[in-house]
Design a binder for this molecule. Structure first.
Ligand code: SF4
Ligand code: SF4
Length: 217
């Protein structure tokens, strides 16, 4: 799940200053779950922009705007409203913004309403936690399923730095040191020998951007 957060209204009004007719696009998946671009957020955004003198030409919430087929279905249903618009404001992550830009035919201006924060797992209470940084060389098999790239602020691959203090991280003493967590989990699973493996530096060619995975050739 991609976590996004709405930008402050004053920043949005500044980026919208040269536009009056606005179409709003939300997201029925991640942005609905993290309350940055679901139905209530679209309705609130409409109220706030109208109060600021803007005209909302229409809105839609594709189930996943980052998926071209799903986005295009919604755009086709709203083609008249889109044709009357000067700009489209996307209440979703940056993938939603990029997908709209790639899949529209009207050459409308497209603006992000949100900042994209991180990829997350959601717990049973609906809280979000970053657990993976998508490094393209997973080491979770050697670290008891706990990611040192993500949970250690220094992304250390071979055990803790010298700053660990009573199990807490020197960068944030409210957080457990990732390597203490890994040690405890390996110890519990009787896999401490995996700490003897010296992990080589990451091959940054693998994590170089932009990634692509071409499925049809
Ligand atoms: S090592 Fe960490 S950042 Fe890399 S793929 Fe595995 S979980 Fe993700
Ligand atoms: S104390 Fe642990 S989690 Fe914090 S930076 Fe050092 S090794 Fe990483």
């Amino acid at each position: 799940m991609i976590i996004s957060q709405q930008k402050p209204l004053k920043d949005l009004l500044s980026s919208l200053k040269e536009y009056n007719k606005i179409f709003l696009v939300g997201c029925g998946e991640c942005a609905t779950a993290c309350k940055s671009g679901g139905q209530p957020e679209i309705a609130k955004m409409q109220r706030e922009l109208e109060a600021a003198g803007k005209v909302i030409t229409g809105s839609c919430i594709p189930s996943a705007p980052c998926v071209a087929a799903k986005l295009k279905t919604e755009l086709a249903k709203n083609i008249k409203a889109l044709a009357q618009s000067e700009v489209v404001l996307i209440l979703a992550c940056g993938l939603g913004v990029a997908s709209f830009k790639d899949n529209q035919r009207l050459n409308l201006a497209v603006l992000p309403a949100c900042d994209t924060l991180f990829g997350a797992v959601m717990d049973a209470q609906g809280n979000f936690f970053e657990k993976c940084s998508m490094c393209a060389e997973c080491v979770l098999d050697e670290t008891a399923g706990i990611c040192p790239i993500t949970l250690c602020p220094k992304s250390l691959l071979n055990g803790p730095c010298g700053g660990v203090n009573q199990g807490k991280c020197e960068v944030d003493n409210q957080q457990d040191c990732a390597w203490v967590l890994i040690y405890r989990e390996l110890e519990k699973n009787k896999k401490l020998e995996s700490l003897r493996v010296i992990r080589k530096p990451k091959d940054f060619k693998k994590s170089g951007k932009p990634h692509q995975l071409i499925m049809c050739k």
